[in-house]
Write a protein that binds this ligand. Structure first.
Ligand SMILES: *[C@@H]1O[C@H](CO)[C@@H](O)[C@H](O)[C@H]1NC(C)=O
Length: 245
C-alpha cells in the first residue's frame, strides 16, 4: 500500500526526469538513433526497429540528415557503409509517390535525393537508402536488397529509457533476475516508477520491469542486486528490463 501511493505520487512527475538513450544509441533532438550493422532487407529492418519500439529513421531536416550521416560514418569507420543504409522513405503503396513517414503520421518536406533519383526506371525499387558519399545523398533500390539501416526511437513515444543494452540485432536486451528474488510485484507506469518503488522499499536492491504490451507493465522488486547475482539467477528475457538501484 505504501509503495502504491509512492507510485501514484511519482506518476505525475514522470515527464520531468531526464531521458537518456539506451546504451549503443545516440540522442538527437527528441529521438534516439541506432544503427543495424547487419545486412537485411528493408522489410526485415523495419521489423527489427519495431521490435525495439523504434521505426526506420527519416531525416526531416538537413541537420538531422547530417546527424544520421555522421553517425553512420562513425559506426562504419574506416570501411564506410558500402551500398548504403535504409531509411523509412518508400513508394511501396504507389509507384512514384514517395512517402517518408514521420512520428505522428506526418510526412516530411525535407528530401535529399541525389541527381536522377528517385529513379522510377525499375519498378520495385521502392525503398530509399542513405548513400555512402557526398553527405549521404539518397537513392532508391529494391526493398529486398540487403543493406544496413538506421532506426529512430522517439523519446516522446517511449518513456522507460535508461541504460538498456542494444544487441547487435538492434533488439533491446537486458538481463533480469529470476523470480526467486522477488520481494513484491506491482503494476508500474514505467522504469522511473518502478525504480522509485524499489528506492522506497528498504530491502530492494534491484528491479525487473516486464513490459507486457499495450501499456501494461509489471514491476518486480528484488532482494538482490544483479551485479551480485549468480549466473543461474539471471535470465535474458524478451521485454524484461532488469536494473540495479
Ligand atoms: C518535420 O519538419 C517540419 C518542418 O520543419 C516540422 O514542422 C515538423 O514538426 C517536423 N516533424 C518531426 C517529427 O520532426
Amino acid at each position: 500500500m505504501h509503495v502504491l501511493s509512492v507510485l501514484l505520487l511519482v506518476a505525475g512527475f514522470e515527464a520531468t526526469f531526464a531521458t537518456v538513450c539506451p546504451v549503443g544509441s545516440h540522442r538527437y533532438g527528441k529521438a534516439c538513433y541506432f544503427v543495424i550493422k547487419e545486412l537485411k532487407s528493408w522489410y526485415k529492418v523495419q521489423q527489427i526497429c519495431a521490435a525495439s519500439h523504434a521505426s526506420l529513421a527519416v531525416p526531416n531536416s538537413s541537420e538531422e540528415q547530417t546527424f544520421i550521416w555522421e553517425l553512420l560514418q562513425r559506426e562504419f569507420y574506416p570501411d564506410g557503409l558500402g551500398n548504403g543504409a535504409w531509411i523509412g522513405c518508400n513508394d511501396i503503396n504507389q509507384d512514384g509517390v514517395w512517402n517518408c513517414p514521420l512520428r505522428g503520421g506526418e510526412t516530411n518536406a525535407y528530401q535529399n535525393w541525389g541527381e536522377g533519383n528517385p529513379s522510377n526506371q525499375y519498378s520495385g525499387a521502392d525503398c530509399a537508402l542513405i548513400g555512402d558519399r557526398a553527405g549521404g545523398i539518397w537513392w532508391n533500390q529494391y526493398c529486398n536488397n540487403h543493406r544496413y539501416a538506421t532506426c529512430e526511437l522517439a523519446i516522446i513515444d517511449y518513456d522507460p529509457l535508461f541504460c538498456l543494452q542494444i544487441g547487435s540485432s538492434g533488439r533491446i536486451t537486458s538481463p533480469c533476475l529470476t523470480d526467486n528474488h522477488v520481494l513484491m510485484e506491482l503494476q508500474a507506469q514505467g522504469l522511473v516508477s518502478c525504480g522509485k518503488a524499489c528506492l522506497s522499499h528498504p530491502k530492494c536492491s534491484s528491479f525487473n520491469l516486464k513490459d507486457q504490451g499495450q501499456g501494461k507493465m509489471v514491476c518486480q522488486l528484488n532482494d538482490l542486486a544483479l551485479q551480485n547475482a549468480a549466473t543461474e539467477d539471471v535470465v535474458e528475457m524478451e521485454n524484461c528490463y532488469g536494473l540495479d538501484l
